[in-house]
Design a protein around this ligand. Structure first.
Ligand SMILES: [Zn+2]
Length: 298
């Protein structure tokens, strides 16, 4: 893993999110778990070599941040925002997260690349066995939550937008914030399950933190200056689709014509999803911007 400070370890070169851990004087705190089984098992071993795992915090409910929890059973207390807990590996009509996680493996059914996890198949759980205990939160909260662990503080800040239960984990002693997918550093932003206005407000919350280092949900380590780039990306998407709606473009026409694929690549190992991201980003924004407000909102 990459060591960012004497106490912070992360992994930005894996398919999936940037799983990380922080070592303290009283054990280890894990922030997101690797999606790929082999990597999850390896990261647990590495984390435990620094001391017992005290807590596992998930920054959101998307599969690439939570699936690996299964391989951390018995290692510490899982801490989830209510919005993560309620959506934890829930199967939606548009995406079955269990099947999606399996697809990341280079099996006959998979679309994996050499960055994926060929040996993960041997560690793959039976679906029923998995769902019987995916290792979701036992500490579940709304709003913010602070954990004091040895000589470190973990402020779990509710920063909704990318997802409703989104967290950023601010560790003041390390002058670092782990933003989860509130920041996609130098790679494509996924916003199909998002509320863009909430997301921009959450970026302002991150901007207010006194930190030197931002560990994003995806892509290379960055700084607070990248908050401005992320905001511009969100505003660009929303404005482009709002203009499409104003011109009377249909959903199909909007999806065909609004596209930011040229801006940056997709995060590692998922280049094949570029069109999927562009289509769902544009389509989901079109749906939201053309929705008739509910009577109670008038
Ligand atoms: Zn996500």
């Amino acid at each position: 893993m990459e060591q960012l400070t004497p106490n912070i370890f992360t992994e930005t070169r894996l398919r999936g999110c940037n799983p990380s851990f922080v070592t303290t004087s009283e054990g280890v705190v894990v922030i997101d778990t690797p999606q790929l089984p082999t990597k999850a098992v390896a990261m647990r071993r590495e984390a435990e070599s620094h001391g017992p795992i005290r807590y596992i915090i998930n920054t959101e409910h998307h599969v690439d941040h939570i699936f690996g929890n299964y391989y951390f059973k018995g290692a510490g207390t899982v801490v989830n925002h209510q919005g993560v807990y309620d959506n934890f590996m829930v199967v939606y009509p548009e995406l079955d997260p269990f099947a999606y996680a399996y697809e990341a493996l280079p099996t006959p059914a998979g679309k994996g690349t050499d960055l994926d996890d060929p040996t993960g198949v041997a560690l793959w759980p039976d679906r029923d066995e998995y769902y019987a205990d995916p290792n979701k939160g036992t500490v579940v909260f709304t709003g913010d939550l602070t954990l004091h662990v040895g000589d470190h503080t973990f402020h779990c800040l509710h920063t909704p937008g990318h997802t409703p239960g989104q967290l950023a984990v601010h560790v003041p002693e390390e002058r670092t914030v782990f933003t989860g997918d509130t920041i996609f550093s130098e790679c494509q932003t996924w916003l199909m399950t998002s509320n863009v206005d909430q997301w921009i407000a959450s970026l302002d919350r991150i901007r207010a933190l006194d930190v030197d280092r931002v560990v994003p949900g995806h892509g290379p380590i960055t700084t607070k200056a990248y908050v401005d780039t992320q905001r511009a990306t969100l505003m660009e998407w929303k404005t482009a689709v709002a203009l499409a709606v104003a011109k009377g473009w249909s959903r199909e026409e909007t999806v065909a014509r609004v596209n930011f694929a040229d801006r940056c690549p997709v995060d590692i190992g998922q280049g094949y999803m570029m069109n999927y991201i562009q289509t769902l980003n544009a389509g989901s924004l079109w749906d939201k911007l053309t929705a008739v407000p509910a009577a109670s909102a008038r």
